[in-house]
Design a binder for this molecule. Structure first.
Ligand SMILES: C[S@@+](CC[C@H](N)C(=O)[O-])C[C@H]1O[C@@H](n2cnc3c(N)ncnc32)[C@H](O)[C@@H]1O
Length: 377
């Protein structure tokens, strides 16, 4: 099936049909709690991300359930095809036409096939690339990979959503916004989730596909105080200053610098650029926060490394370790295994050695995922 080569620009489309789609989804109970129940998960955290190993279980489970929510979850969350007539019954003909018209789904042989997923997160509905790219072979898009797709909400998104500032009422900049989910959390007040509304939010991403999908999400969630711009880091926000700048960037030490996960040999390449620009983009007293993979010999290395980059003395640097600390060898074994797999020992060994060498050169004896905060003095 033909790919989504020339995405529509959602920014110029009328808002009402987006609101009606969100309304229909909410009416049938499309929210994190009900979606988790529908898939018999232990809790909503298991949605971010859903574990591919259980797809056959959910496929069987939902095919036995005729209710509207189960069919919407099957199409929009799992990315499995559903009879068009069935989706028309659940969401209505107008919404089904809208899903097709906006390129979120396409019809073939009486079946509706998904091009994107819509993931419920807190009170938001968030379109991302499909959670399971190969679940529906008819939806395959040549050239789309885990490194250039619109980031699927995962553990790092969830951690950042919990740690980020939720009370900012001024101007906000998100670097590497992906689907825009975190920008939308700062843009939309929600007392139930302890969120206030920022005056204006700018989300920037280098991936044009992500910027377009983030625009879809702004409309779907009725956020008018947010704009999504395409470009590298601070470039689209040149000359502006913000009260809060934050990011959940690619930061895993890797073999390349990619858009989504790997941040170069040390994992720090994007974080270093962000820190160098902080002084020029924060308002006095503003706050910068980023998730990252910390790599260090001693934990004290983290503060001095970040402080030097952000401009010594101008910011107070603090950090929280949010995950399990790992030694460099364990990290290198796991990453090389994921990359090279069990089928070619020679490749696995070379990949492992490359990781070990990179980490050794950068003085990273231990690694841990965490949150770095720089507060302007
Ligand atoms: C790990 S994803 C996070 C997406 C989203 N913030 C979230 O937490 O769900 C990292 C994002 O950074 C973007 N990115 C990578 N390099 C970038 C750069 N130099 N400038 C702007 N965005 C970049 C990627 O395209 C990707 O969308």
């Amino acid at each position: 099936m033909g790919g989504w080569k020339r995405p529509l620009s959602y920014d110029i489309m009328p808002r009402e049909p987006f609101h009606r789609l969100a309304g229909s989804l909410r009416e049938i109970g499309y929210c994190p709690e009900r979606a988790a129940e529908c898939l018999a998960l232990g809790g909503t955290d298991e949605l971010y991300p859903l574990d591919y190993r259980y797809l056959p279980r959910w496929d069987d489970l939902l095919s036995q359930r005729p209710d509207d929510l189960s069919q919407a979850v099957r199409l929009l969350l799992l990315g499995l095809p559903v009879e068009t007539a069935r989706i028309k019954e659940s969401l209505g003909s107008e919404q089904t036409g809208f899903l097709i018209g906006t390129g979120l789904a396409f019809e073939s042989g009486g079946m509706l096939h998904p091009r994107l997923s819509i993931v419920p997160f807190e009170d938001l509905l968030v379109a991302t690339d499909r959670l399971f790219m190969n679940a529906d072979p008819e939806s395959a898009e040549p050239g789309l990979s885990s490194d250039n797709c619109v980031w699927r909400l995962d553990r790092t998104t969830l951690l950042m959503s919990r740690k980020m500032r939720r009370d900012v009422t001024g101007d906000v900049l998100e670097l590497g916004c992906g689907s825009g989910v975190l920008s939308l959390l700062t843009a939309k007040a929600c007392p139930e989730h302890g969120r206030r509304s920022a005056k204006h939010v700018t989300g920037v991403d280098i991936n044009p596909r992500a910027v377009n999908v983030a625009g879809f999400n702004a409309r779907l969630n009725g956020a008018e105080n947010v704009e999504f711009l395409q470009g590298g880091l601070y470039a689209p926000a040149k000359g502006k200053r913000f009260d809060y700048i934050f990011s959940n960037p690619p930061s895993a030490p890797g073999l390349v610098r990619a858009w989504n996960r790997e941040g170069g040999a040390t994992g720090r390449e994007m974080v270093e650029e962000m820190l160098k620009g902080v002084g020029g983009h924060l308002k006095p007293g503003g706050v910068f926060q980023t998730t990252m993979h910390f790599g260090y010999r001693e934990k004290g290395d983290i503060g001095s490394w970040a402080g030097n980059l952000a401009g010594s003395g101008r910011h107070e640097i603090t950090y929280d370790l949010l995950g399990e600390e790992e030694d460099a060898e364990t990290f290198a074994l796991r990453e090389a295994w994921q990359k090279a797999g069990p089928r070619d020992y020679g490749l696995y060994l070379r990949t492992y050695r490359q990781y070990s060498e990179n980490l050794g050169k950068a003085g990273m004896a231990r690694l841990c995922f965490g949150l770095l905060t720089a507060e302007g003095r």
